[in-house]
Design a binder for this molecule. Structure first.
Ligand SMILES: NC(=O)c1ccc[n+]([C@@H]2O[C@H](COP(=O)([O-])OP(=O)(O)OC[C@H]3O[C@@H](n4cnc5c(N)ncnc54)[C@H](OP(=O)(O)O)[C@@H]3O)[C@@H](O)[C@H]2O)c1
Length: 106
């Protein structure tokens, strides 16, 4: 089903699951707002989607653990009235026993 009026936000869209979600939703006609810290990856992702799908893609570079970046991102998405989906995927994983992992670099 294609509905170009719907907009989705994907955090952590610069790689991995987030990039795959972006491609999948673009294929289904969703306009996208993509965020992550790596501007180059986001730009490549936007270009790749633009080559294949007729949807609008906005990218916004932000470290969501940084309050200023977060406020900047919120001010961008605040202008939209048609956001219907949030894929809040940004994050990282560590392997091992949760209670023994070192989160100091995270
Ligand atoms: N892969 C698995 O087996 C697995 C299993 C369970 C859960 N998960 C979870 O699923 C999510 C995606 O995993 P993945 O394997 O696709 O990992 P990934 O390839 O490392 O992608 C993580 C995404 O999150 C973004 N990100 C990380 N920290 C951020 C921050 N502070 N601010 C903004 N963006 C940030 C990264 O973008 P930048 O680096 O550009 O910021 C990247 O786009 C993670 O939350 C992970 O914990 C993964």
């Amino acid at each position: 089903m294609t509905n170009p009026r719907k907009t989705a936000i994907i955090t952590g869209a610069s790689s991995g699951f987030g990039a795959t979600f972006a491609e999948t939703l673009a294929k289904d006609g969703w306009n996208l707002i993509l965020t992550g810290r790596r501007t180059d990856n986001l730009t490549k992702q936007k270009q790749r989607i633009a080559m294949h799908y007729q949807v609008s893609v906005q990218t916004f570079t932000a470290d969501l653990s940084n309050n200023d970046d977060l406020v900047g991102f919120l001010s961008v998405i605040d202008k939209y009235t048609n956001i219907e989906l949030l894929i809040n995927n940004a994050g990282f994983g560590l392997i091992g026993n949760y209670f023994k992992n070192d989160f100091s670099d995270a």
